[in-house]
Write a protein that binds this ligand. Structure first.
Ligand code: ADP
Ligand code: MG
Length: 245
């Protein structure tokens, strides 16, 4: 099991944003989360990496409790758990004054204390893997949105995450750049990395996911195979949502 959440609740002020959410994500599984805007998808992902504090419930990563009603981990333990996870955001968040290569090297050197030479080697290897071997020395402003997002993916990949979270990784991109980013994500399919992907790219979701979670108003309405979700004519809420695409 990669991530296990049980009865997770999260409020902002007196607004109950996540309501008793429970979900088990298996190791190596690709889970997509779909649903209307404001349904709590980003908040759920942010809870996974402790960017949001949950109010109650249990959140376990690789059987270690990250947040738990009964036993909370110490700071060191928590850091170790969080090291296994990486997140890619809609906005690429690259350092503007660093090249693609330096952007990928930075967390390796600063956070993981990898030696400069080893970091350079790793960064070059990963940037090549995402198809940017001839763009390594470019600054973000000289890269297209799709290329910048691929650098952002390379930056988290370089740290050998066991779990990758994507929050609408292509929503800020022009249509012609969406595919190159989705292709990179899809290429990670057989790496054994567990992936949780929030996306509105329904064709991609259908094609790549082992299971699809449909969220609405802070709850999981359904969690099933893509086939079942995309043909769930009996669930009016889901088919109404899917009809928009
Ligand atoms: P989604 O990603 O599905 O669009 P979000 O998780 O971003 O949904 O947001 C769910 C709800 O929580 C929305 O109503 C949003 O306005 C609210 N929300 C998100 N973050 C905050 C915050 N930091 N403070 C207050 N409300 C928030
Ligand atoms: Mg969101």
């Amino acid at each position: 099991m990669s991530i296990k959440i049980k009865n997770l609740n999260k409020s902002f002020g007196n607004l109950n944003i996540l309501k008793d959410v429970s979900l088990d994500i298996n190791k190596g599984e690709i889970i997509s989360i779909i649903g209307p805007s404001g349904s709590g998808k980003s908040t759920l992902l942010r809870c996974f990496i402790d960017l949001e504090k949950i109010d109650s419930g249990t959140l376990e990563v690789f059987r270690s409790p990250l947040v738990c009603d009964k036993r909370n981990p110490g700071k060191k333990e928590k850091t170790e758990i969080l090291k296994k996870m990486g997140m890619v955001f809609q906005s690429f968040n690259l350092f503007p004054h660093k090249t693609a290569l330096e952007n990928v090297m930075e967390p390796l050197i600063v956070v993981d204390k990898v030696k400069k030479e080893a970091a350079l080697k790793k960064a070059m290897e990963i940037l090549t893997m995402v198809g940017l071997e001839d763009r390594m020395n470019n600054y973000p402003q000289a890269l297209s949105g799709g290329q910048q997002q691929r650098v952002a993916i390379a930056r988290v990949l370089a740290r050998n995450p066991k779990i990758l979270l994507f929050d609408e990784p292509t929503s800020a991109l022009d249509p012609e750049m969406v595919k190159e980013v989705l292709t990179v994500i899809e290429s990670l399919r057989d790496t054994g990395i567990t992936m949780v992907i929030v996306s509105h790219e329904m064709k991609f979701v259908k094609q790549v996911s082992d299971r699809v979670v449909f969220m609405d108003c802070g709850t999981i309405l359904s969690c099933d195979t893509p086939d079942k979700i995309f043909n769930s004519a009996e669930n009016e809420r889901i088919s109404k949502f899917l009809n928009n695409f």
